[in-house]
Write a protein that binds this ligand. Structure first.
Ligand code: MV4
Length: 450
């Protein structure tokens, strides 16, 4: 494989800009692709060249594989960074890239396939002695098989689509009388959403914590972790706040989870940036949930805590370089919290709020980082994700970091569209958040007043 000489960034928004920034520091030229709606977007302005790949709809632009590959060919890009979302975990796309002699900046397509199938991922982790939730050993093929498994694990259970993930295609079942109906619903939804009706079943863990471990591996078996992130503050499977270290974990428990995550990554010879996701129950038992085989929105939390440019590392690893840093030389310091700023209206059921940003003032100062693509005069298009900025705050300890986050949110002004800034301020000043006592149902309960 040739060395990377030009990177096509197959994404938009803040992550496109994030990729371009690291590439620039590595002296690698970048090619932006954009939809008609993104003509005036920052990633177009800051890349070395930019090509329009289609109309505003994602299916015809950022998911348009032939258009993207055509631009790679015509621009002379020999690598593609997919960012997150869109084509980031698309096995077929990664395989086509490899067949076309274009470096897909991410794990091998075989790993995308292996971890993309959630029941197969579960099997793999079980074999590696990574704790998994009690449940079926692979897919459940018939209703009779499901009944038998459920008898042995007991209610409540959760039926999940093997090709799902991130909360799509799941059904919670609390009693025998709804089992068959929910089984059929899960199968139908799986077939319609993923063209794959296979499902598996697990014991349902009530109100779990979501804790994930950032992993970095190269093509030669070198592997490190960059600590954990607590991502339990979420709404409708969209994370809102992420922090590290998790306020929930003792040093002893943390060590165990990090060890399991390393074992998981080693077992599959993971060769890029990735995340091992766990759910943690109220007794602090932890279980492997799924693996994210991409750079994630919240990678910045780990970057700040470990003082490491993860995008740069990911690109260099894809370029065949060895990961030189050893685990004992990764130093974690202080506390980091990230909040996601969305163009949405929390007072109106979080309805998206696209439109013209008349003016904006970003917070700054010691310990404050903003990753964004917006600017005064930018028009937030209605066709894509509502996240418009990430505010990442670093401090010596959790309480100081929360103070700094309050200060930074006070400085954040966006004029012209509605945002969740005030909602974020409310959340971080609740008793539960201040004490670090929250789980994945926190936002839902906060909104319903329970
Ligand atoms: C679960 C669960 C409880 N028990 N599995 C949701 C997204 C996907 N990554 C896994 N999810 C869950 N799986 C068992 N066996 C609860 C969730 C869940 C959840 C997990 C992580 C973060 C937020 C969540 C919100 C609701 C449900």
């Amino acid at each position: 494989m040739d060395k990377i000489k030009k990177i096509l960034v197959a994404n938009r928004g803040e992550i496109a800009l994030r990729i371009i920034r690291s590439a620039k520091e590595l002296d690698i030229p970048t090619v932006a692709v954009f939809s008609k709606a993104d003509e005036k977007s920052s990633h177009v302005a800051f890349a070395d060249e930019a090509w329009c790949i289609g109309p505003s709809s994602p299916a015809e632009s950022y998911l348009n594989i032939p258009a993207i590959l055509t631009v790679a060919e015509l621009s002379g890009a020999n690598a593609i960074h997919p960012g997150y979302g869109f084509l980031a975990e698309n096995e077929e796309f990664a395989r086509i890239c490899e067949d076309s002699n274009i470096k897909f900046i991410g794990p091998s397509y075989q790993l995308l396939g292996l971890m993309g199938n959630k029941s197969q991922a579960r099997k793999t982790m079980k074999k590696a002695n990574v704790p998994i939730v009690p449940g079926s050993s692979g897919n459940v093929e018939t209703f009779q098989e499901l009944q038998k498994t459920v008898k042995s694990i007991g209610y409540p259970v959760i039926i999940k689509a093997a090709s799902g993930g991130g909360g799509k295609g799941m059904r919670i079942v609390r009693s025998e009388k709804e089992l068959e109906k929910k089984y059929n619903m899960a199968k139908n939804e799986a077939r319609n959403s993923f063209k794959d009706e296979s499902v598996y079943v697990e014991k349902y863990i009530e109100s779990p914590h979501h804790i994930e471990v950032q992993i970095l591996g190269d093509n030669y078996g070198n592997l490190i972790h960059l600590g954990e992130r607590d991502c339990s503050i979420q709404r409708k499977h969209q994370k809102i706040i992420e922090e590290s270290p998790s306020p929930k974990l003792s040093d002893e428990k943390r060590k165990k989870i990090l060890g399991s995550a390393m074992k998981a990554a080693k077992t599959i010879k993971y060769n890029s940036v990735g995340t091992i996701e766990f759910i943690v129950d109220k007794d602090l038992n932890y279980y492997f949930m799924e693996m994210n085989t991409r750079i994630q929105v919240e990678h910045t939390v780990s970057e700040e805590r470990a003082d490491m440019d993860l995008l740069s590392k990911q690109i260099r690893i894809a370029n065949g370089e060895k990961l030189k840093i050893k685990q004992e030389n990764v130093h974690f310091s202080g506390h980091v919290i990230e909040v996601r700023i969305n163009a949405e209206d929390p007072v109106n059921n979080f309805m998206p709020s696209p439109g013209l940003i008349k003016n904006v003032h970003f917070p700054g100062g010691y310990g404050v980082r903003i990753d964004t693509f917006i600017f005064p005069g930018y028009n937030v298009p209605p066709y894509y994700d509502s996240m418009i900025a990430k505010l990442i705050v670093r401090g010596e300890n959790r309480s100081q970091t929360i103070k700094r986050l309050n200060r930074a949110l006070d400085e954040f002004w966006i004029d012209g569209i509605r945002t969740n800034i005030n909602f974020l301020k409310e959340i971080i000043n609740t008793k539960a958040f201040l004490k670090g006592e929250y789980n994945t149902h926190f936002v839902e309960e906060f909104l319903s007043g329970t």
